[in-house]
Design a protein around this ligand. Structure first.
Ligand SMILES: Cc1cc2nc3c(=O)[nH]c(=O)nc-3n(C[C@H](O)[C@H](O)[C@H](O)COP(=O)(O)O)c2cc1C
Length: 469
């Protein structure tokens, strides 16, 4: 049951992320065919640098990039529909994009998706430490346990590790990376004493201040110290999205920014309260968690202009594409399901929360497949706010209130117009209402959690549990 306690820890400043994927269409199914859309340039570094510069200039907190590790092939039991419809395929590696974007920006954070099921913690720790150095403390990690059989098949497994066991493995994965990031190098381990040759005092790193972690667990054995010296945040900001029972437990334990789902504001709020409650039980400070959800915005100078734009965008929207993606996330082949059939929950080894949010037992009403995947009033499964600047700002504020979330992951409908329109029209309005932080504070973590004295996680975060932290 949800907590009756109202959430009192939310800041006035909202979290503002742009949400995309290194592919032709993310949640804006079919819009790659729109004449204004530039997403087909996703393989061009200038496309990413231009997007990052725009978001940085306009004061977005973070560019959040989703990812997947295998083909989208549940719908019709084949990759062909996703390939034809351009549904998250073709796809490139988002981590590779960060250095170029970082070099062209000052304060924009980067939330990149990496899987605890298919990465190794020792390697992942080095990759994210490297980027946290190169970005000067602007890295976030969207921790996923993955959900596609196609990833398992192509990465050396017979089949997916079962859903709950993936989370068990993920818990141990986090334990390993926390030890590497927080416990292995002391703050003053690097001395870089350049005493002249012959003095005998010169030293780069004090070996006595670099500690092996001696991890020997069920899934991982990592005996030695981290190979990289600590980065500005030490631990990238931990983002997370899964919301099954096991996903909620994981989020409550580890996540700082939770990408929360729900069929509507009430369902989203129930998930927010559940995770907050669990986090508090684990001794975490409720102010050290933030909740965001996906949102699309169609804004015009006037309501009529916005409605016309919405109508135009809708003509390009691909409802089959949305079902192809939904099949992949849920692990259920919906290719033969009439779109007016009611969505019922069934347990799969893929994402459970993406299906259970439409379970009548959870949301209080039934949803047809069409309503779940292509609601008339929106784009895909993202909340959609349409109108002039004032109306959109009103809708965003009402949504944040009703869902008890802290901010949005703004999806693109048409790139870059969706972000340009938002920046030109909605941001000044939100700014005038005191919703946008006036300037960057330092690291991504300090931007998201104003008041933190340093870039490292809050003292109640599990990464701070051990010596040297
Ligand atoms: C809103 C949302 C966004 C997600 N984004 C990704 C993603 O980009 N890449 C990925 O591999 N998994 C993604 N996932 C999958 C989850 O991270 C998680 O691994 C999966 O949902 C299984 O957990 P669950 O049953 O607890 O939801 C996403 C899930 C949700 C709900």
């Amino acid at each position: 049951m949800t907590s009756p306690t109202p959430n009192t820890s939310r800041d006035r400043y909202m979290v503002l992320n742009a949400f995309t994927m290194a592919t032709v269409s993310h949640l804006n199914y079919g819009l790659w065919r729109h004449p204004a859309d530039q997403t087909h340039r996703y393989k061009d570094v200038d496309y990413w640098v231009d997007l990052a510069k725009l978001l940085d200039r306009e004061g977005f907190d973070c560019l959040f990039i989703a990812d997947a590790l295998g083909q989208i092939d549940v719908y019709g039991n084949s990759p062909a529909p996703a390939l034809k419809h351009g549904i998250q395929s073709p796809l490139i590696d988002p981590l590779m994009l960060v250095s170029a974007m970082a070099a062209a920006t000052k304060s924009l954070g980067f939330g990149i998706t990496l899987s605890t099921t298919y990465e190794h913690p020792y390697q992942l720790a080095r990759k994210l430490t490297t980027l946290d150095h190169l970005t000067k403390g602007r890295m976030g990690w969207n921790v996923v346990t993955s959900q596609q059989e196609s990833a398992a098949r192509n990465l050396g497994l017979e089949r997916q590790i079962p859903h709950d066991e993936r989370y068990e493995r993920a818990d141990e994965f986090m334990d390993v990376v926390y030890k590497l990031w927080m416990n292995s190098w002391e703050n003053d381990a690097v001395i870089r004493d350049q005493s002249p040759a012959g003095s005998g005092n010169w030293v780069y790193t004090d070996p006595g201040k670099v500690h092996p972690i001696h991890h020997d667990g069920k899934y991982f054995r990592v005996p030695d110290a981290h190979v990289s010296e600590p980065s500005p945040q030490r631990v990238p900001v931990i983002l997370q999205a899964g919301a099954s029972a096991r996903g909620i437990d994981f989020a409550a334990r580890h996540a700082e920014v939770i990408f929360v789902v729900g069929a509507d504001a009430a369902g989203t709020k129930a998930n927010v309260r559940k995770i907050r409650e669990e986090a508090e039980k684990l001794g975490r400070d409720p102010a050290s968690l933030k909740f965001i959800s996906a949102a699309a915005v169609v804004v015009g100078e006037t309501e009529a202009e916005a409605l016309e734009k919405f109508r135009d965008y809708k003509t390009w929207y691909d409802p089959i594409g949305s079902i192809i993606h939904y099949s992949s996330m849920t692990g259920v082949d919906f290719s033969q399901t009439p779109t007016d059939n009611v969505v019922t929950y069934r347990q799969t080894e893929a994402s459970q929360s993406v299906l259970s949010q439409f379970d009548p037992a959870k949301s209080g009403r039934s949803w047809t497949l069409a309503e779940a995947t292509s609601p008339k009033e929106g784009f895909g499964r993202a909340r959609t706010f349409v109108g002039d600047a004032k109306a959109v700002a009103d809708q965003i504020e009402s949504w944040l209130e009703a869902s008890e979330t802290d901010g949005i992951n703004l999806i693109q409908i048409v790139n870059p117009d969706s972000y340009l329109d938002f920046a030109r029209l909605v941001l000044p309005e939100l700014r005038s209402r005191g919703r946008i932080r006036p300037q960057a504070a330092g690291t991504l973590r300090q931007n998201l959690f104003p008041g933190l004295a340093s870039g490292i996680p809050a003292t109640s975060h599990p990464s701070r549990c051990c010596p040297n932290s």
